[in-house]
Design a protein around this ligand. Structure first.
Ligand code: BG6
Length: 450
């Protein structure tokens, strides 16, 4: 399967090509894949827009320092009304026309980078036009996958009416980050960690995604989304699953979708305790003006503790924190080991950003006449060692071309993550007193302490 599709002539249809994600991540990723010479020999991009936008305008909108020679050559544009079934007939003609100039069977990747309320109607119209039945057709979807358990169930059920699960690639770019894959190798490949990766040795786990940036002009998107849906439901629960999962018995560390689902199934909020003990939310000052909604209760900060029913993790709190406009950008998993009788605990930090790397904090004796110990770090800085590591979107695109779904989110994972968060959403629907207003530039600890 893997080898059979990666070199097929390909048309990548980008719905939402003028959006932020496409400009900042997707198009630059394609350019780098082309430079690395890993794209199929025949590869074209069809950008779909509602308004009359030229390929030149799309290229101009890419970040200034990004090379764009390949995009310049391969991008064509198609203007259509995504809500009009007739326009999909024109789209078929256009795709057939493009395919005629390409070698052999052509695979078509429909990449939907549009708001969730547009995504499902487009999926249905692609299906109704017969586009989902074409051989080698794939659907690449961006989050959020629904807004809660009910809407995600509906989205998944209705998508299934047109596309088989094997055709659907739900992107979670955190899963495709190199460090996420490294986490599995690191904890499974090293006896030191493999045998201590459980409640007997680990005291607590912190999954942190603190961001310096705010909502970057995405007011409408963020007002419908908030930090819980934007970061926790997807990226941070995936990192949690990767941390807690048991590796596959086959020892094939690339075959882990089912293991992630099992880990998610056992996660829950500590419902026997008052919500204030395991949940808080915040909003940075100035957010309401930015989104022009003086009464907005949308959270830009979440602090949530989960527990697992897995006997290997009983009693270990999993603390998830994320927020926008904080003091620093830091995406990391912090493992705190149980303390020994003599010394405080060791900790292991798996850092995704910035300075991708792994850091183990250990106690050592200070060379001295006196007996004095200090905490020092043993570190591995991936940035220094591997300067040209691929970006997550390069991996996402390459894996979709290869038909490798390992680093994509399955529908079961989406449903499980909404199930975990349902009590949080219910609690927030019924309470409005708990929103903390924090100063931009605060640390996570300062927000939580307010
Ligand atoms: C996106 C969110 O999925 O991830 C953004 O929509 C967020 O709000 C981004 O800023 C963070 O990704 P990264 O890779 O920069 O940590």
């Amino acid at each position: 399967m893997t080898a059979s599709t990666e070199k097929l002539s390909t048309i990548l249809v980008i719905v939402g090509i003028t959006g932020d994600l496409s400009k900042r991540k997707l198009l630059p990723a394609i350019e780098r894949l082309a430079a690395a010479n890993v794209l199929p020999a025949h590869f074209k991009i069809l950008g779909i827009t509602r308004r009359d936008v030229s390929a030149h305008q799309v290229v101009q909108a890419m970040p200034a320092d990004t090379p764009h020679g390949f995009i310049n050559q391969s991008l064509e544009m198609f203007q259509m009304d995504l809500a009009d079934g007739q326009d999909y007939k024109r789209l078929i003609e256009r795709l057939d026309g493009m395919a005629r100039g390409m070698d052999g069977p052509v695979q078509r990747l429909f990449y939907l980078s549009v708001p969730p309320q547009i995504s499902l109607p487009v999926v249905k119209l692609l299906g109704a036009a017969g586009l989902s039945d074409e051989p080698h057709t794939k659907l690449l979807l961006e989050k959020p996958f629904g807004v809660d358990l009910a809407s995600a169930t509906e989205l998944i059920d209705q998508t299934k009416e047109h596309f088989k699960e094997s055709q659907v690639y739900r992107i979670d770019h955190y899963l495709a980050k190199d460090m996420a894959q490294n986490l599995i190798v690191f904890r499974e490949g090293n006896a030191l960690f493999r045998h201590t990766w459980n409640k007997d040795f680990i005291e607590k786990i912190d999954i942190v995604a603190s961001e310096k940036i705010g909502i970057e002009g995405r007011a409408a998107f963020y007002e419908q989304t908030g930090a819980l849906r934007d970061l926790v439901q997807s990226h941070l629960l995936q990192l949690t699953a990767l941390t807690l999962m048991h590796p596959p018995e086959s020892h094939d560390l690339r075959n882990i979708c089912q293991c992630r689902i099992e880990a998610l199934r056992q996660l829950h909020v500590p419902a026997d305790q008052a919500p204030a003990l395991w949940l808080s939310r915040g909003q940075y000052q100035g957010y309401r003006d930015e989104v022009k909604n003086p009464g907005s209760m949308v959270e830009t900060f979440v602090d949530l503790t989960l527990m697992s029913d897995d006997p290997a993790w009983g009693g270990v709190p999993i603390h998830i924190v994320t927020g926008k406009h904080l003091k620093e950008k830091a995406t990391e998993i912090r493992i705190t080991y149980k303390k020994t009788e003599q010394y405080e605990s060791n900790s292991l930090v798996i850092r995704f950003q910035p300075n991708e790397g792994i850091e183990l904090k250990l106690w050592t004796k200070v060379p001295d006449y006196e007996w004095r110990v200090e905490n020092h770090s043993l570190g591995l800085n991936f940035q220094e060692k591997f300067a040209n590591a691929p970006e997550a979107y390069e991996q996402v695109l390459l894996d979709a071309l290869k038909s490798d779904q390992t680093l994509f989110t399955t529908s079961d994972e989406v449903l499980e993550s909404w199930r975990i968060l349902a009590p949080v959403q219910r609690h927030w629907e019924m309470n409005s007193e708990d929103l903390i207003l924090y100063k931009p530039g605060s640390t996570t600890t300062e927000v939580i302490a307010r």
